[in-house]
Design a protein. Structure first.
Length: 295
């Protein structure tokens, strides 16, 4: 049993769990404003300017090169979207996507709730960047534009991201993790206000200071709530090692972890990655728990 008192800088799980709410907030704001204006080129430009101003008030820089919508059906089409954090000049965009097609729930929108009934995001690229001083490009979690003191009330009924790339680059701690091809699905439950999230990725790479390794496979099934996540199943295969884990994590602001894991690995291969010079061989199996407060 391990204590979770070590506090690694800038954990990767935050952007992965937070970017859907940021993106849905931007999309919902676009379509909501579009619903009260006519469909003309001037109106489309006006809608984008209003949304850009709205998100700028929440420390989010939003850019898009193409925006189309259908007022009656609350359907939209975005192209070449980029989301930045203006707190770090010269940093790469946190989120880019080539195209987003989506439908919003009109009844819930009138009640102040943003429901993405269906969405398909293509060409998604997430780059979580931390500079040498520990400043990152992660946009702040958006709040409700009608009530700035409240977080966005959203539900993602059906979201498909068939091919996304994820990169975590931390220059302060010299860590660089890349997943060039990952898929994500989200299915929301209106009664519980929770989301079933499935993430799968094949092949990737990780470098921690002078140590490098190849990630063979990542697959995880999550039950994501407004302020916590239940890990139904998580599997990571890398360099001859296989790790399976399940458990709970939350609340996000001051999280408590309760995670069980089982692992098997090739001792010789792991020793080579860890740059251990002493000869080691054999298969190792272990199991344990990770409990306690974690940053």
């Amino acid at each position: 049993e391990l204590s979770a008192n070590n506090r690694p800088s800038r954990p990767l799980w935050r952007p992965v769990l937070r970017w859907p709410s940021i993106t849905v907030a931007a999309i919902a704001a676009l379509v909501f404003i579009a619903a009260i204006v006519v469909q003309t080129p001037w109106a489309r430009g006006h809608v984008e300017r209003k949304v850009t101003q709205l998100l700028a008030q929440q420390n989010i820089t939003f850019e898009s090169e193409g925006f189309g919508y259908n007022v009656l059906g609350l359907r939209g089409d975005l192209r070449n979207v980029r989301i930045y954090s203006p707190t770090l000049d010269g940093a790469p965009p946190f989120l880019e996507l080539d195209r987003a097609r989506f439908n919003l729930g009109p009844r819930q929108l009138l009640r102040g709730r943003y429901v993405l009934e269906s969405g398909n995001f293509e060409g998604v690229r997430i780059h979580y960047f931390v500079d040498e001083n520990g400043v990152d490009n992660l946009p702040r979690k958006p709040s409700d534009p009608d009530n700035p003191g409240r977080p966005v009330d959203y539900l993602i009924s059906d979201l498909q991201v068939p091919n996304a790339s994820v990169r975590y680059e931390n220059r302060q701690t010299d860590i660089d993790i890349t997943l060039p091809s990952a898929s994500l699905t989200m299915d929301g439950n209106a009664l519980t206000n929770r989301h079933d999230v499935t993430i799968e990725a094949n092949r990737g790479s990780a470098r921690v200071q002078q140590r490098s390794l190849t990630l063979d496979r990542l697959a995880t099934v999550l039950d994501l709530g407004p302020d916590d996540v239940r890990i139904e199943r998580a599997e990571i295969a890398a360099e001859g090692a296989l790790i399976n884990a399940s458990g709970t994590f939350g609340p996000f602001e001051q999280p408590i972890a309760d995670i069980s894991f089982q692992t098997t690995f090739d001792a010789e291969r792991v020793a080579r990655v860890a740059q251990i010079k002493d000869p080691i061989a054999g298969q190792v199996s272990a199991e344990g728990t990770l409990k306690g407060a974690i940053d």
